[in-house]
Design a protein. Structure first.
Length: 243
């Protein structure tokens, strides 16, 4: 019998993740019996070393470790190097190679959401690892963007007036606000200035329609959650692990 290949997801907390069930369904569909995928909630990034020592074949990385994982890696893909964040780690002969498949999933989702419309300016809510992947994708698509944060180094939430909102017709939430079980929270933006000219993307996928998306939809905006992005980046991860 073949040795079981072990994969998984590190992050904290991981109560909301669909990844293990997604990969379980994928393995069953493909008749893969020599692989497993588990959640590994780590309160501190240092715990990843024990997982590596246990013989993982590869793993995904989510909040809050997409940047903190980098010192543990031997090599970065070109995109991960530019972005400065990793969500997929491939382990080959003991060497840890970091990739960012979020960019693949996000680009596919944005093409679907925008659907050929002219969008030249965007707001990215948040400045963490997921935000950096968004910045990379928007650079590739030629869409100008501004970062929104509580940190005064960036555009702050109280600076989002009607003019700024009207000018930036794509708004991407990269923060975890609104993720189950905290479903009553959402980014503090002036939703009354969202219109049917806006495209609203939320990396949150649980619940399927976050309060952020629901409030934007009430204003007539086109909306999309992060589930298709999750599927696309997961499939890309699997192709990396099995190339």
């Amino acid at each position: 019998m073949k040795e079981i290949r072990k994969y998984g997801l590190i992050g904290y907390p991981l109560t909301y993740t669909f990844s293990p069930s997604y990969f379980a369904a994928k393995f069953e569909e493909k008749g893969i019996i020599d692989a497993e995928y588990k959640s590994y909630p780590l309160e501190k990034i240092e715990g990843v070393q024990d997982l590596i020592d246990e013989g993982l074949s590869g793993f995904n990385v989510t909040i809050p470790y997409k940047e903190q994982i980098i010192p543990y890696l031997d090599e970065l893909s070109d995109a991960a190097k530019i972005i400065g964040a990793v969500n997929t780690v491939d382990i080959i002969d003991g060497k840890l190679i970091g990739h960012n498949t979020d960019v693949y999933g996000l680009e596919n989702s944005l093409y679907t959401l925008i659907d050929g419309a002219c969008v030249d300016k965007a707001l990215i809510l948040g400045t963490g690892g997921a935000s950096k992947a968004c910045q990379y994708v928007l650079d590739q698509l030629g869409i100008d963007y501004r970062l929104v944060s509580r940190n005064h180094k960036y555009l702050t939430y109280d600076q989002l007036n009607q003019e700024v909102m009207a000018e930036h017709t794509l708004i991407i939430n990269t923060t975890p606000l609104g993720t189950s079980p905290e479903v009553d929270s959402c980014p503090d933006i002036p939703y009354e200035h969202i219109s049917n000219s806006h495209f609203i993307f939320d990396l949150v996928y649980n619940p399927p329609k976050s309060l952020f998306l629901a409030r934007a939809e009430e204003q007539g905006a086109a909306i999309m959650n992060g589930l298709s992005m999750l599927h696309d980046q997961a499939n890309k991860s699997w192709r990396i692990w099995n190339k």
